[in-house]
Structures are given as C-alpha cells and as structure tokens.
Design a protein around this ligand. Structure first.
Ligand SMILES: Nc1ncnc2c1ncn2[C@@H]1O[C@H](COP(=O)(O)OP(=O)(O)OP(=O)(O)O)[C@@H](O)[C@H]1O
Ligand SMILES: [Mg+2]
Length: 631
C-alpha cells in the first residue's frame, strides 16, 4: 500500500496517483525558489501550566512599551504646540502687523504659520505611526496571553462557559482594546494637552476674562461629565455582554446547523437570534442616547460662554481695556477649548469600551483552574500502569455526587472493562483517571502516585484516550493521525492504518492520506472517525489506554476486523474499555458493572456469569438481541 505525499519533497512520484511530484524539468527552478524563501522555522513555545496572571490594566499593558509611549507623547506635545500657535499668531498679526501696518511682522507671522502647519502634519504622522504599531503589538500580546490562559483552563470550565462568549473575548473585546491603544489613549492625551495649552493661553491673554469663562463653564461641565461617566460606564459593560451573547448564539447555531435543519428549527432560531441582536441594539441605543445628550449639552455650554465672553470682551474693548487682536485670539482659543471637549466625548466612548473589555478580559484571566497543577508537581516516571481509585467520591457539581465512594484497582497490564447502563458514571471514571477533574473525596493513583502530585504533561503523555465522540481537526488525515506525536515516521503511520483497517478509506479518498478532513471531521462517517481515532491511539503507544465506546459506531464486521489491532494495542498496556456491546467485555481480564455511580459487581466474565447477578442478566439480554454469537 503506497500513499501520495502532498508536496514535492515527498516520496518518489507514483503512477496513477493524483499528484505525481514536480516534473524533472521544473525541479531546478523549484529549488531556486525554495532557496530564496525566508526561513520561517516554527518558533519554540514555552508553556507552563501555572498561571501568574494579574489584573489587566492599561498601565500594566503599557509598561513594557514606555519608551515608545513617551516618544508618542513627545510628538503629541509638539503637534499640540504647532496646532495651537494659530490664534496667537493671529493676535500678533492683527495687533502688531495689520493695525500698525507693519508688513515685516505680517510676513514673519505668515511664515511662522506655514512652519506650524507643516510641523503639525509631520508630528501627527509620526505620532499616528507609533500608536498604530503599539496598538497592534499590544493586541497580539494580549491575544497570545488570553489564548495561553484558555489552554490552561480545566475541561470543566469549557462545559460551563459558552464558546461564543470566549470567542467574543478574543475578537470584539481585543479589538476595542486595540482601538483604545491606537486611537484612544494618545488622542485623549492630545486633547487634554490642547485644553491645558489653551487654558494657559487664555490666562496669558487676559486673566480677568479667562476667570469669568471658567466660572461660567466649570460647574456646569463638571455636573454634566459626572452624569455622563456614571451612566455610560454601566451601559458599555452591558454592550460587551450583549455582543458576547450575539456571538455565542451565532456560534451555537453554526455548530448545530445540521440538527437545526433536520429538526426544522430555522424559524425559531431566526426569532431567537433576532431577539439577541435586538438586545444588543437596545444597549447600543442606550449608549448612543447618553452620547447624544452629552454632546449637544456641552456644545450649548460652550456657545453660551462664548457669547458671554463676547459681550464682556466687547465692553472691555470699548473701554480700552482690551485690544481687538487679543479679543479675536481669545475667542479663537475658546473655540479650541470646546473642540477638545467634543472630541473627548467621542474618545471617552473608545476609552469606556476599552475599559469594559479590559474588565471582561481580566475576569477571564483571573479564572483559576479548579484542577491545578501543584507548584511542586513532579514528573511521573514511565509507568507500569497500575491504577487505583481509592474511596473516590465525585460530582461535577460538588452537591450532587455522580460517583459515590468508589474503590477500584486495575492492575498493570490488565484489560479491564466497565459496563453499565447509560449515565451510570463510566465515562466519569475515565475523566478522573485522565485528571480532567479531581475527586471531591479520595484519591486517584497511578503506580501508587496521587495524580495531584504529578505534572499534566508527564501524566497525559502516558495516557491514550479514544473518546466517545472522537474529534478531528481541520487538516489532512495524516495531520490528525500524528496529532499527539508529530515525529512519527511514515512506516509507523502505515502500520497503524494497516492495523485498524483505515487503508480502505484512504485508498478511496482523492488525495489519499493527505486528503483534508473538514472541520470536526464532518466529511467522514462516525465509524471512520472512530477508526482514525483508534489509529491515533495506536501511534501514541500509551502505557494506559482508555477506550470509551471506541468501536460503538463500527459495523460488527469492521469491529471484528480490527480485533487483531485491538489485541496489539492492548497487549503492552493497561486498558480500560467501556462498551455497551459485550463483545468487548469478553476480551477483558476483568469486568466491573456500574450502576448509579457505584460498582455493584466486579470479577472475570465467567465468575460474574456464575454469580447470576446484574452482569449475567445484561449478558443474557445482549445475547438474545445479538446475532453474533460470542466465542
Ligand atoms: N460535564 C458534566 N456536567 C454535569 N453532569 C455531567 C457531566 N458529564 C456527565 N454528567 C452526568 O454524570 C452522569 C454520568 O455520566 P457519564 O458520562 O459518566 O455516564 P456514562 O456511564 O459514561 O454513560 P454513557 O453510557 O451514556 O456514556 C450522568 O448522569 C450525566 O448526566
Ligand atoms: Mg459515557
């Protein structure tokens, strides 16, 4: 049996196969192109199970990039000075150029204004370039940080948390954080600096008029801003929650689309999604409303105070206490004073969204694992495979135990079958052995070592699990086979496929072993997925193997054809087999019968039959319904 390889680097081209390699006349050119390719070697990744995440704050995120940030703030300062020199130059132009008719001053002022405009453009360009890069770097860092944290969380977390909500953390929350770093923070600094600069200038131009302006503006603006801050903070947090709902509804509908179509639930689903999106719209309405009140109100305060200044300034001008150029510059600066307030309102939205996202991301990052790796965890040495569940009591929810005081000793090298009715707790036992969960009472041990004392990596690298619902990843069949052992050789892959009878499928597929299986393996049948999952276990050669209904979707003929593979697989390892079809129990050295979270019978097949209890009755029922007579 020969497979094709997808790329030109693979084995020699074979006649009649879909891809016969690179033609000889092109090989030289291909090599030339390859030589020019940059070397993108796979970066090595350090992964530690222990997490040291603290609260995410703007300050903690920015700390490593302080020099860059200071540079951006430097450019912002220069940009502000350049932009705000306009009214002051106007004052000089009017009072010292136009009124006395001094053309030299006028020319100097015009030149200064030209330099200011050019300077403003250059400083702005540098500032934007720096902040955009900074935003992208921070967003990448945060994405990796959150993703790594998610990888560390225990299985139980994913049962409770909706995938869509996690997706929204990684997409919309990180996006609004990026917007805050790219657009928000430095622009806020720019506007605040502008306000400070303008304040300084109006006090310099005329302290009396400036004081009156402040008395008019400050109290009303303060009240308005406090109201805005309070109401918008809550509203933005709600917006983040509602967008998470929209994404999780979308995600669930897409994942379950086959069931939805088969059960005619499209109409109901549209209605549900409409409601979810509607709630998102409502929260957005709320924030828009708050902005709509704040924007025009602050504008009104601005215009009212400008009018007052104009009246008072006019009287002062008439009395000769003020020059016309100064009043013009004052009014121009006052306009500049209110423009940043308007801008800040817009930016505050970006800021609030970013803060709300930071809050949500922190919530996720501080979630600690309830199945933690001990700080002093040691590496589990190569195990013999002796497994002990010692007076184990466990419930997914501590208040409702699923397993009650179970003691089970599986000897090294033993093939052990767990049987029992649906929901009895069989899969739960295996989840404790793989340490997906920790028992509330009692211990689970391998070779006499409590699983809580060892590292996850050393434990799981010695366990092989073929789960009840095998999961395949998007990629080729080969990628899926070597999932847990990427250094597997071609011969080993071939052996594994031969053993579980995967060849028939591979030969049928257009690109052989390099055929892409779609997301979740949806392009394969459930039985084929199980065969692939078995071959995966075969390749990883675990010391302890758990087969949870691993052959339940295979037809009896295929199941019997892989018996030899199973024997090979079980030969050197401790195996725990769960199966409703008792053919599997027959190959086990011992069988345990589970009922409502307890082990009610345990022994060899023959001894259990002789007991004439629960197992014997299960067996009789199975025999009477099965047309395959056991040996
Ligand atoms: N993640 C979970 N959270 C809460 N309860 C769960 C969870 N997984 C399983 N259960 C409950 O625990 C009980 C035992 O489940 P388990 O999967 O161990 O049964 P099983 O014996 O493997 O059944 P089956 O033969 O159907 O696979 C069931 O009542 C189930 O509803
Ligand atoms: Mg199960």
């Amino acid at each position: 049996m020969i497979w094709t390889s997808g790329g030109g680097r693979g084995p020699a081209p074979t006649r009649g196969l879909p891809f016969a390699g690179v033609p000889t006349e092109l090989q030289e050119r291909v090599q030339e192109i390859r030589d020019k390719e940059p070397d993108h070697s796979i970066p090595s990744v350090e992964f530690s199970q222990t997490t040291r995440n603290k609260d995410l704050t703007i300050r903690s995120l920015l700390r490593p990039y302080l020099p860059r940030l200071l540079l951006a703030i430097g450019f912002v300062t220069l940009e502000t000075i350049a932009a705000q020199s306009g009214p002051f130059l106007t004052k000089i132009g009017i009072d010292e150029g136009i009124r006395p008719g001094n053309k030299t001053v006028l020319l100097q002022v015009a030149l200064a204004a030209l330099f200011a405009v050019i300077g403003q453009a250059i400083f702005g360009w540098r500032r934007i370039a720096i902040t955009i890069r900074l935003g992208e770097i921070l967003s990448k860092d945060t994405r990796v940080k959150v993703f790594s944290h998610i990888q560390r969380l225990p299985v139980g977390f994913f049962t409770k948390e909706k995938t869509g909500r996690l997706l929204s953390r990684m997409t919309s929350d990180i996006d609004s954080l990026t917007a805050l770093f790219q657009d928000g923070l430095v622009s806020i600094a720019l506007q605040v600096l502008t306000m400070c600069f303008v304040t300084g200038m109006i006090f310099y131009l005329d302290p009396f008029l400036a004081l009156i302006t402040f008395i008019l503006v400050i109290p009303s603006m303060t009240i308005l801003t406090i109201w805005y801050h309070r109401s918008s903070e809550k509203a933005f947090s709600q917006v983040r929650d509602r967008i998470a709902d929209v994404l999780s509804d979308l995600q669930e509908s897409l994942t379950g689309i086959r069931v939805i179509i088969a059960m005619n639930r499209q109409k109901h689903n549209i209605l549900h999604h409409r409601n979810t999106v509607g709630k998102y719209r409502d929260t957005n309405f709320r924030t828009a409303n708050i902005n709509a009140i704040y924007g025009p109100s602050s504008e009104m305060i601005g215009i009212a105070s400008q009018t007052c200044v104009l009246v008072i300034g006019g009287i002062m001008l008439k009395n000769g206490d003020l020059q016309v150029g100064t009043l013009t510059a004052f009014i121009l600066y006052l306009t500049q004073f209110f423009a940043p307030i308007q801008q800040l309102v817009q930016l505050y939205t970006v800021y609030q969204q970013g803060q709300a996202s930071l809050g949500k991301l922190t919530e996720l990052l501080v979630t600690t694992s309830d199945v933690p790796e001990a700080p002093n965890a040691r590496s589990l040495p190569p195990v013999r495979g002796d497994i002990l569940l010692d007076h184990v009591t466990f419930g997914y929810d501590a208040a409702t135990p699923i397993l009650s005081d179970i003691t089970l000793h599986i000897q090294a090298g033993e093939t052990f079958a767990l049987v029992g009715e649906t929901g009895a707790g069989k899969s739960t036992v295996t989840k404790l052995i793989t340490r997906f969960h920790d028992p509330q009472q009692g211990t689970v041990q391998v070779d006499g070592i409590d699983l809580r004392e060892v590292t996850f990596e050393s434990l799981r690298s010695q366990l092989g699990v073929v789960p009840q619902e095998p999961f395949l990843f998007h990629g080729s069949i080969r990628d899926n086979l070597i999932f847990s052992r990427s250094e597997t050789s071609q011969t080993e892959i071939q052996e594994a496929c031969d053993a579980v009878g995967l060849n028939e499928l591979i030969n049928r597929l257009p690109h052989g072993i390099d055929t892409q299986v779609h997301e979740r393996g949806s392009s394969l049948s459930s039985g084929e997925r199980q065969l692939l999952s078995l071959a995966r276990a075969f390749l990883s050669k675990p010391r302890v193997l758990i087969l949870d209904e691993a052959t339940s979707n295979l037809d009896p003929k295929t199941e019997s054809s892989i018996e030899h593979a199973l024997d090979l697989l079980l030969e050197d390892s401790t195996a725990i087999i769960i199966a409703h079809r008792l053919t599997t129990a027959l190959r086990a050295d011992r069988v345990a019968v589970m009922h409502a979270g307890r082990i009610i019978e345990i022994g060899t097949h023959d001894s259990l039959l002789a007991q004439n209890g629960h197992y014997a009755s299960l067996y009789r029922t199975w025999i009477s319904h099965s047309d395959t007579s056991p040996s």
